[in-house]
Design a protein around this ligand. Structure first.
Ligand code: AMP
Length: 293
């Protein structure tokens, strides 16, 4: 596996691969890799002949009081993990190369970027969209792989790709969870012993929503209060938001009648965790819904 540290080199490498007729798959990450990330790589490996993973802790997507400085970083271990799952090249640029002095151009996907995660983390999605557009320009992938764990993020990237006529196909991969339901996240490393157990409360709340839906409940307020009750019963957890939203715009719904997400953001101690349940009609015209954790 080639480890590429500069934008100029990355561009040249990607240009070479395209010139050889290879199908390029890009897996953007912030490192501290886990099986959620490697699942994206494995999917890319199946569909592409050249797989490039990036590791870049993007300063522009962290708020001033957030964890940019203490975000876990271990490039050596990440490189080992990526090589083991068959990545061809690891792109790990320096922040000063990505954002040189005088940098002042940003991409903002309006509306959806201000809701939910965007409301709790102002400027977050502007930072995400900007860095993803830059990565797409540098690598020019045929396909880029994202996790449904960050459902709002991947929706925003899809909107950006459509609005700006980007060539990359956006591939969404399922959420990878621990055996007891906790969605894998680099931030799980912050959780202390008791907090790890408490963090399963997000999954428990989403399972409860699934059960209510299976029992015929469609009223969003009722589903939200089920989530809220479960989160509030967990002493180490503090709710940020628990909502039922449209899967396309992330606007709140009154009733589940089209594809939706149940979305959750919860502080467990000082660690902020997110998770979601995808709710879809079982088939066209169907009143039945299926859900994906
Ligand atoms: P991050 O390194 O947290 O920025 O995540 C990089 C990519 O991995 C994003 O597309 C995430 O949605 C995805 N990802 C992170 N955790 C998971 C998970 N547990 N399951 C699936 N995808 C994930």
């Amino acid at each position: 596996m080639e480890i590429i540290r500069t934008i100029a080199w990355m561009k040249e490498y990607a240009r070479g691969a395209r010139g050889e007729g290879r199908v390029i798959g890009l897996v953007p990450t912030m490192g501290a890799l886990h099986e959620g990330h490697t699942a994206l790589v494995k999917q890319a490996r199946k569909e592409c002949s050249q797989v490039i993973a990036s590791v870049f802790v993007n300063p522009k997507q962290f708020g001033p009081k957030e964890d940019y400085k203490k975000y876990p970083r271990d490039l050596e271990k990440d490189a080992e993990n990526l090589a083991a799952v068959g990545v061809d090249a690891l792109f790990a640029p320096e922040a000063a190369d990505v954002y040189p002095d005088g940098f002042r151009t940003y991409v903002n996907v309006e509306g959806i970027s201000e809701r939910l995660e965007g409301r709790s983390r102002p400027g977050h999605f502007r930072g995400v969209a900007t860095v993803v557009l830059k990565l797409f320009e540098i690598v020019q992938p045929h396909f880029a792989y994202f996790g449904r764990k960050d459902a709002q993020q991947v929706r925003i990237i899809g909107e950006m790709a459509r609005d700006l006529n980007l060539d990359a196909g956006i591939v969404v991969c399922p959420i990878v969870r621990e055996a007891h339901g906790l969605a894998l996240s680099s931030r799980n490393a912050y959780l202390g012993g008791e907090e790890r157990e408490a963090a399963t409360v997000l999954h428990r709340a989403l399972v409860a929503v699934g059960n209510e839906l299976a029992g015929g409940v469609r009223d969003a307020a009722q589903l939200q209060s089920v989530m809220r009750r479960i989160i509030e019963a967990e002493p180490l957890a503090t709710l940020d938001y628990a909502e039922i939203v449209r899967a396309d715009t992330f606007e709140p719904v009154v009733r589940v009648a089209q594809p939706c997400y149940a979305v959750l953001a919860v502080f467990v101690g000082k660690t902020r965790l997110i998770d979601n349940l995808l709710i879809e009609p079982a088939s066209q015209e169907s009143e039945e819904f299926v859900f994906h954790l």
